[in-house]
Design a protein around this ligand. Structure first.
Ligand code: COA
Length: 257
């Protein structure tokens, strides 16, 4: 499983590459485990001065593996779930985090960016938060961070309609720093990470602590995750997971269908 997340340390930058391109980099529980370990390592080891998150293939990530959601809804989920550990580690991180995003960043692929400190998008990037399409609720403290970042009405539109937000809009709204061509994305992200890695790390850590209230974010992640767990076993969510597996539109019994 480890090969679906590659973790490489070089020049003080820990680079984490999500690599499951045949499934649009959908993230499984095992992959969350490796991601959580990598963020914790970056946070703990003094020699690591920046964390760079990137992904192989044409999409950053399609978010949580939907077949695993379906299994959890049936009570067949893993004994130990790693997603919470990953999200809490991100919220608690004091190491600077840089993200390089191409193609679609769906669900947690979009919400994890709210915990990153420098977000570089390729011109074709699209951020999508379609929790509602799976009858779920937002996670990763995004129910708080997204409206805070872009305003309530834009956040509501992203959450309630689940429509893609273009890279250009994401930059204009303050979710990302800037766009580059797909060809330049990795080199430019590495460049930024290396620049950050040359800065005094004690100062960066102290600055990040001042800029973010990790305790509050972790409390929000836990509160969202309790609601998420309730939604996961709802009849609506089960219908959404079945529809995804059967490659059809879900039928939520809406009067206007
Ligand atoms: N979980 C599990 N498998 C996924 C997945 C996910 N989140 N997203 C994509 N895949 C799989 C597809 O089932 C398909 O597998 P197959 O080739 O065995 O049939 C493969 O990845 C390619 O996906 P496809 O839908 O054909 O690619 P696309 O380019 O047409 O669309 C997405 C890409 C990401 C827009 C679309 O796959 C999608 O909407 N995925 C679900 C996203 C989602 O709801 N995530 C959870 C958010 S909370």
């Amino acid at each position: 499983m480890a090969e679906k997340i590659q973790v490489v340390l070089s020049g003080g930058v820990l680079t984490v590459t999500i690599s499951r391109p045949d499934k649009k980099n959908a993230i499984t529980n095992d992959m969350y485990g490796v991601l959580a370990d990598a963020v914790a390592k970056a946070n703990e080891e003094a020699g690591i001065r920046a964390l760079l998150i990137q992904a192989d293939g044409d999409s950053f990530t399609a978010g949580n593996d939907v077949s695993e959601f379906a299994a959890q809804a049936k009570g067949d989920g893993p004994k130990e779930r790693h997603v919470g550990r990953f999200l809490r580690a991100l919220a608690d991180a004091t190491v600077p985090i840089i993200a390089a995003v191409q193609g679609k960043a769906v669900g947690v692929g979009a919400t994890m960016l709210l915990h990153c400190d420098y977000v570089l998008l390729s011109e074709d990037a699209q951020l999508i938060t379609p929790f509602v399409n799976l009858a779920l609720v937002p996670e990763a403290a995004s129910s708080y961070l997204l409206p805070l970042r872009i305003g309530h009405v834009r956040a509501f539109e992203m959450f309630a309609l689940g429509l893609p937000v273009s890279a250009q809009a994401a930059v204009a709204w303050g979710i990302a720093n800037r766009t580059v061509s797909a060809a330049e994305l990795r080199t430019e992200a590495r460049n930024i990470a290396e620049q950050i890695a040359t800065r005094p790390s004690g100062s960066l850590i102290a600055m990040k602590r001042l800029m973010r209230d990790a305790e509050k974010l972790i409390a929000l992640i836990d509160a969202e995750s309790a609601v998420f767990a309730e939604r996961l076993v709802s009849a609506e969510a089960k219908e959404a997971f079945a529809a995804f597996a059967e490659k059809r539109q879900p039928n939520f019994g809406n009067p206007r269908r």
